[in-house]
Ligand binder design. Structure first.
Ligand SMILES: *Cc1c(COP(=O)(O)O)cnc(C)c1O
Length: 419
């Protein structure tokens, strides 16, 4: 049904019910004022134009009210994080009780491991993907070390088979079947940052739980990209950031999920601060610690309102559009991208990402034989912003909120000439 012509791409944009969203973003431009072809929403999402007003509102209220803004601001700061909860819960398929926006991703992973990585002398190992994002690997290694275990011996890698790029769920099953008695935790990226593979989270939870292992999911490349059903999947916990597909600005706060089955367990070990103490009595200082239920029970500090204002600006857009419509466009847009790449008459190119739309988000990871970083440089010189991974992979994410069919068409035309 797809056609490899500019006319066709422009026609798709005309018929696209989400095409108007592009104008609601700042699209970076070159010196002559031409839009960049921006394919790195998987690394840093673009800025919604309304973000500035949302932040300005809080600056104005701070100027106007000082400390009274905690209650008097138009959007009172005291409960501000609660304004984000419902939209965020929808995006990841969770109940509002299970979700909170706080801290940053790696910090949240550590706080969650304080509660859900409870190693014993014999059951202490952690499983990650061999291609896990470095921060996740360092985080689990440091947890092993903190608990007095060897970081090599305690870490089990779920690897692709020889000559393959993608993970097979049967291989995880085998690892857990054979070594489950020694495994305390599986911490897996829901969408792999490198290959773009979207794993079956529910299956991972079942595999882990069959051997009494805790299961945590890193959704950095999932949130706002695919529609995970975190609650139904049964995973114990998850964490993600909001500056990738959730367009909330560099270093913005992360999201955290703790499954309802743990929400009321006040005996779970966890770190504490005044912000996970019961909000009813938080300001009657010197009360004994009384932890809150649900995701909020993992907060520590009063959060940065300016960062949350940016998240709110973005989540309001997601709320308006809905993940279902975004996902539908995303499958079509990435499908078109894949189709065009497969039309290129060369044996140098291989798409690593799964071809089944159910097993990927919007990102395609394209391996280019005999290429080096100069290809990435040439793409950039042609206004195409992509992400290069050594030795020879270009990661490219057409984002349904602001990328067009024409973007994808133009990108592949230029790639063709550079090959
Ligand atoms: C982007 C990303 C991170 C980054 O962690 P921060 O704590 O937000 O700096 C960590 N893990 C994964 C899988 C990521 O994709």
């Amino acid at each position: 049904m797809y056609k490899p012509t500019l006319d066709y791409a422009q026609q798709q944009d005309k018929e696209d019910k989400l095409a108007h969203l592009r104008a609601q973003f700042h699209i970076p431009k070159d010196a002559k004022g031409n839009d960049w072809l921006y394919f790195t929403g998987n690394s840093l999402g673009l800025q919604p134009k309304q973000t500035q007003q949302y932040i300005q509102q809080e600056l104005d209220d701070w100027a106007k009210y000082g400390v009274e803004g905690h209650f008097e601001a138009r959007n009172p700061w005291m409960p501000y994080h609660e304004f984000l909860t419902n939209s965020m819960a929808k995006i990841v398929g969770a109940k509002p009780l299970e979700v909170v926006v706080m801290n940053t991703l790696t910090t949240n992973l550590h706080l969650l491991m304080v509660s859900f990585y409870q190693p014993t002398k014999t059951k202490y190992k952690i499983v990650i993907e061999s291609d896990a994002f470095p921060s996740d690997r360092y985080a689990v290694q440091s947890q092993l070390k903190f608990h007095g275990f060897d970081t090599e011996e305690g870490l089990i890698e779920w690897k692709p088979r020889e000559g393959e790029e993608l993970l097979r769920i049967e291989d995880l099953e085998k690892i857990v079947d054979e070594q489950g008695d020694e495994i305390a935790l599986l911490l897996i990226g829901g969408v792999n940052y490198y290959t773009g593979q979207y794993l079956d989270i529910k299956r991972i939870a079942e595999i882990g739980h069959a051997k009494n292992c805790m299961v945590g999911i890193d959704l950095a490349h999932g949130a706002g990209n695919i529609s995970p059903k975190l609650h139904d999947s049964g995973v114990d916990f998850a964490a993600w950031c909001t500056y990738k597909y959730l367009n909330s600005g560099p270093g913005s706060l992360g999201g955290l999920f703790v499954h309802e089955k743990h929400a009321h367990n006040k005996d779970l070990p966890r770190f504490a601060g005044w912000w996970n103490h019961n909000k009813e009595t938080r300001f009657n200082m010197r009360q004994p610690f009384d932890v809150m239920e649900g995701g909020e029970g993992w907060q520590l500090s009063n959060p940065p309102i300016l960062s949350m204002a940016a998240i709110r600006a973005s989540l309001d857009m997601f709320e308006e559009v809905g993940m279902e419509a975004l996902r539908a466009k995303s499958e079509k847009l990435t499908g078109y991208f894949e189709y065009l790449i497969n039309q290129i008459d060369t044996d140098r190119i291989k798409i690593i990402t799964p071809s089944n739309p159910k097993e990927r988000g919007c990102q395609l990871s394209i391996q280019v034989k005999n290429a080096d970083k100069s290809l990435h440089k040439k793409l950039t010189e042609n206004n195409i912003i992509t992400d290069w991974r050594e030795p020879d992979v270009i990661r490219c994410a057409p984002v349904p909120m602001y990328n067009s069919f024409e973007d994808v068409y133009r990108m592949v035309e230029i790639l063709k000439t550079l090959l």
